[in-house]
Write a protein that binds this ligand. Structure first.
Ligand SMILES: CC(C)(COP(=O)(O)OP(=O)(O)OC[C@H]1O[C@@H](n2cnc3c(N)ncnc32)[C@H](O)[C@@H]1OP(=O)(O)O)[C@@H](O)C(=O)NCCC(=O)NCCS
Length: 169
């Protein structure tokens, strides 16, 4: 997929994933960096946004259940920030999830990460409440999924509904 400024977004092969390590070093510290690197190697899908030969940013994506997509991480190299790379990665992720039947997409963000919160909310994500109606009932409550998303203290869970729940037979 070619972006407006000529960048390309495509899957990274297992070998190419190592090229994303500098992106993660620019983007995370401490336990998050460790976890992001581990996820990079184990997750089913890593998308890379290329600026010519250089990897400008990555997204790490997983289906938690067939109808539930999860954006584990979006990260952009410092030198490429505020040029719409993350927005294009998010749009690409939403398109992919939608094509593969996702009805709901979740993403976690640190509650004070303004950049991340704005990125997701401007694409229609909203904060979910731990006790709200579950995603199978038409809400965005992540019943049964929170532990797999590893949402930790200090983070909020954002959700977006792509498609309504099918009617119960
Ligand atoms: C969050 C992050 C991915 C944004 O990447 P980016 O390519 O610079 O973002 P974009 O240029 O696509 O910005 C899209 C929108 O996000 C918001 N945004 C991005 N950076 C922002 C910042 N520093 N402050 C406030 N809002 C910001 C804005 O709404 C922006 O739209 P605008 O430029 O029209 O105002 C990047 O800052 C990053 O890698 N941070 C560290 C890792 C991280 O926190 N990832 C997110 C959680 S996994």
């Amino acid at each position: 997929m070619a972006g407006a400024s000529g960048s390309e977004i495509r899957d990274l092969t297992q070998a190419e994933r190592e090229l994303a390590v500098p992106v993660l070093i620019d983007s995370f510290t401490g336990i998050y960096r460790w976890h992001a690197k581990r996820t990079l190697r184990s997750i089913s899908r890593v998308r890379g946004a290329w600026s010519g030969e250089e990897l400008a940013g990555v997204s790490m994506l997983e289906f938690l259940e067939p109808p539930v997509g999860y954006v584990y991480y979006i990260a952009v190299r410092l030198a490429h920030r505020r040029r719409g790379v993350a927005r294009r990665l998010l749009d690409d992720a939403l398109e992919l999830f939608g094509q593969h039947g996702a009805r709901v997409v979740f993403a976690a963000a640190e509650e004070d990460n303004t950049a991340s919160l704005r990125l997701f909310t401007e694409r229609g994500f909203r904060l979910t409440e731990p006790k709200e109606q579950g995603w199978r009932e038409g809400g965005l409550g992540a019943w049964g999924l929170r532990s797999r998303m590893m949402v930790v203290s200090g983070e909020v869970l954002l959700g977006l509904r792509l498609h309504p729940e099918p009617p119960v037979e």
